[in-house]
Design a protein around this ligand. Structure first.
Ligand SMILES: [Zn+2]
Length: 70
């Protein structure tokens, strides 16, 4: 997994986060962020909710996170 995809995976491990915060943390734009999420989804169980609170900024909306592999 490329370095930035790994960084994103660590950021959202068991911590729901919105796309805005992922962009801020990784320095990527929206297109890159979504592309990396797609890549992460191919190897890890990516969870998404449309009505949860981002653990970084507190905004309620669409957030993504990963569950720790069992
Ligand atoms: Zn956020």
């Amino acid at each position: 997994m490329p370095e930035r995809a790994a960084l994103m995976a660590v950021l959202i491990l068991e911590r729901p986060m919105c796309l805005d915060c992922m962009e801020t943390k990784t320095g990527m734009d929206r297109h890159e962020t979504e592309a990396y999420l797609q890549r992460i989804r191919t190897v890890l169980h990516l969870r998404r909710s449309h009505g949860d609170r981002c653990r970084m900024c507190g905004t309620v909306g669409t957030v993504y996170w990963l569950m720790q592999p069992a």
